[in-house]
Design a protein around this ligand. Structure first.
Ligand SMILES: Cc1ncc(COP(=O)(O)O)c(C=O)c1O
Length: 403
């Protein structure tokens, strides 16, 4: 029988229609800050007649490589393509195993199947990232690479991971989709592994006004291979060495990204301030676990993700009900991710069962991402936390958990 959550909000706003709408993310405020610059450069591209490739794209690639601290940056159509092109360039395919996290967006592992390789999922730690201490035990003679995902903007401990990879002669492909600008040991993520893969999906820290992605690397041979594969497997026009794809960042997106890149550090600092305020505001709430600090690295807070653990207990239906109660007050929140990848239907043939990766499964039942964007005000954050507090104060919630 399905348990019907019984708890309800109490407090001054209980049962009332929302007083305010607080979105998970508001891109319109960011746009207003850069509107003049963006519109001018978009018009320049439009009147140039050069919509694909050309100087605008090349300039952005150079600026992005300089920002990340690599010698090469190759733009492409999406973060998914960045990962797929990398696997192809590294000759990772049938018969190869790649170690990654089960707690990430589907694209991280989907590309492995697309390339014909086998994902090997290793559990996460309290930070939601791959538990680096468990990686070595998952290495087999078939292992070719590790894909750490810097989830929610938090860097994976790269020093330890690189030492393991070097000892076993494995590639490290950093999935940096959610962490543009984050650092580990004062080095930008995306410049530490053999390859970094970035997404410029609009919700990312550096987001385009459409799809986009990039690969960063210090290895000229890998860079050349990716460039060839993204252009239909061609180095010389109309001569095709391999089966490639069409994966281009268009000039309009490149022009917009060049402008946004100049603001990225300031926006990431804004996110850090929002995160620091959440830490403080959430402290009195016993049933909420704030995301942990990152010793050794700098997080860029693509998401601010809490754990809901009422009286120490994990229950996805309570978390989901709490989310619904917040929504009734006009406070948006998101669940990234409700089902870990090892239990996704698409990966059923890999043979994982519930209980195999308990930390990821528990995270899936506990996580709640609160509104997070640089322009979020203290007043809005207070409303979010007061809303949470009111809902959690409801004694019926505890009754539900004990029933
Ligand atoms: C961790 C992670 N990897 C890869 C991707 C894929 O990026 P894109 O949507 O640009 O294909 C995303 C996008 O959401 C992501 O969050």
């Amino acid at each position: 029988m399905t348990k019907e959550p019984k708890f309800d909000c109490i407090g001054k706003n209980s049962g009332k229609s929302p007083v305010n709408n607080i979105p998970p993310l508001d891109l319109t405020q960011q746009y207003q800050q850069i509107q003049t610059e963006v519109e001018q450069s978009v018009l320049e591209v439009l009147s140039s007649g050069r919509y694909i490739g050309g100087a605008t794209v090349a300039n952005f690639e150079q600026q992005f490589a300089d920002y990340i601290g690599t010698t090469h940056s190759i733009s492409c159509n999406s973060g998914t393509d960045a990962l797929y092109l990398t696997l192809r360039a590294l000759n990772i395919g049938p018969g190869d195993e790649v170690i990654t996290t089960p707690f990430t967006f589907i694209a991280t592992a989907e590309v492995l199947s697309l390339a014909g390789a086998t994902p090997v999922f290793v559990d996460i730690d309290e930070s939601f990232n791959l538990d680096v201490n468990q990686v070595e035990a998952a290495i087999t003679p078939k292992t070719k690479a590790i894909i750490p995902v810097h989830l929610f903007g938090r860097p994976v401990p790269m020093t330890q991971l690189m030492a393991i990879a070097t000892a076993h002669n494995l590639y490290v492909i950093e999935d940096c989709a959610q962490a543009t600008g984050a650092t580990w040991n004062n080095q930008r993520i995306g410049s530490i592994g053999h390859v970094g893969c970035f997404s410029f999906f609009p919700t990312k820290n550096l987001g385009a006004c459409g799809d986009g992605g990039a690969v960063t690397t210090n290895d000229p041979a890998i860079a050349a291979q990716i460039r060839m594969l993204k252009e239909h497997g061609s180095k010389v026009r109309y001569v095709h060495d391999e089966v490639g794809v069409n994966s281009r960042l268009d000039a309009l997106q490149a022009a917009i990204l060049s402008i946004k890149l100049r603001h990225l550090d300031a926006w990431n600092q804004g996110r850090a301030l929002v995160a620091a305020r959440y830490h403080q505001l959430l402290q009195p709430l016993n049933d909420i676990i704030a995301p942990p600090e990152t010793p050794g690295g700098q997080t860029v807070w693509n998401q601010y993700t809490i754990r809901v653990r009422i009286e120490g207990q994990t229950d996805a239906s309570v978390r989901d009900h709490l989310r619904g109660q917040l929504q009734e007050r006009g406070i948006s929140s998101m669940v990234y991710y409700p089902l870990p990848l090892h239990l996704q239907p698409v990966f059923a043939s890999l043979g994982y069962q519930p209980g195999h990766l308990p930390a990821a499964e528990r995270a899936a039942d506990e996580v709640l991402s609160l509104p997070m964007f640089p322009e979020l005000t203290l007043d809005q954050q207070q409303q979010v936390v007061y809303g949470l507090k009111d809902c959690l104060l409801a004694k019926a919630a505890v009754g539900f958990l004990r029933s």
